[in-house]
Design a protein around this ligand. Sequence first.
Ligand SMILES: [Fe+2]
Length: 308
Amino acid sequence: MDAKAVSRARAEVSARGLALLRLPNVDAEALEKLAEDLHEPESGQRLRRKGNAAKTTPARVGPRREGAVKGHARVRRLGNVPGALFCRTGAEWHADGLGRWTALACIKAPSNGGGDTLFAWSHEMLERLRPETRAIADDLVCRFGDRFVSGSTSTSAEDARHGFRMNALGTRILRNAETRSSPRDPTRGFSIPLVRNEGTSLTVDMRHFEHFEGMDVNESRDLLEAILLEGLGVSAPPDPLQGLDPVSLFARGDHAIFDDRCVYRHRWQPGDVLVWDNDVILHSPTATAPYEGFPGSREMLQIIFRAP
Ligand SMILES: [Fe+2]
């Protein structure tokens, strides 16, 4: 992409939270380059510099991330192609990180449909809340940690494999939360207000959310779910088990009905690259069932990087 197109994209994400670019034949290297160009680091603070990456990038400790692309450790392959992280949880509303932008590129889209991604703007969600709900939300402080994270990769796919399944919105674990593991490392927890940046950001990460300060786990999850439902414009809470495979507890279909006026659904085409600001937008995958019978039909590349 030329410098003008990059700065246009950066301005669009800064203004609207989301930009759609068209990059035919995008690959891991091109995506890394895009992230680097969008980030526009000051000289001497490059995210990655060809040939001396080890000197400029802090060494990653720990296991290789599931789906990481060989030779491009910051890029992750998602979908149902070999080597990709195939996440079958269905709807799971979240942000990819505080102060982070995400670029998600479509290499292959299922020709039979499915594999859409949903987006909702935090400030619109907050504006949709009734005044009494908003007053409660403004005072909530989220406690995050690894108490409910299973496996080494801490992905929701891993959680689902262990039976720690969330409901249709990804906001409530079907198992009684109290029976789950004790904190692996209680010192690693941290607290962040649910509503940040003067009402423009919602802090939502269901994999690491433990509870609201001063409330127990199940009460906290019920409250967070109610706030998200109201913010997403869903008037009736969905049946937690509806649309889930009763054995695997994986999502089979789009059982949560989201209003188009509240939620943007992106139907991917190869060459689409969506870039978004995780402080402004929450996003969610959708059920994999529509393309599960077609292995190799969905391939995405993802990079998450520090906001410019
Ligand atoms: Fe994500």
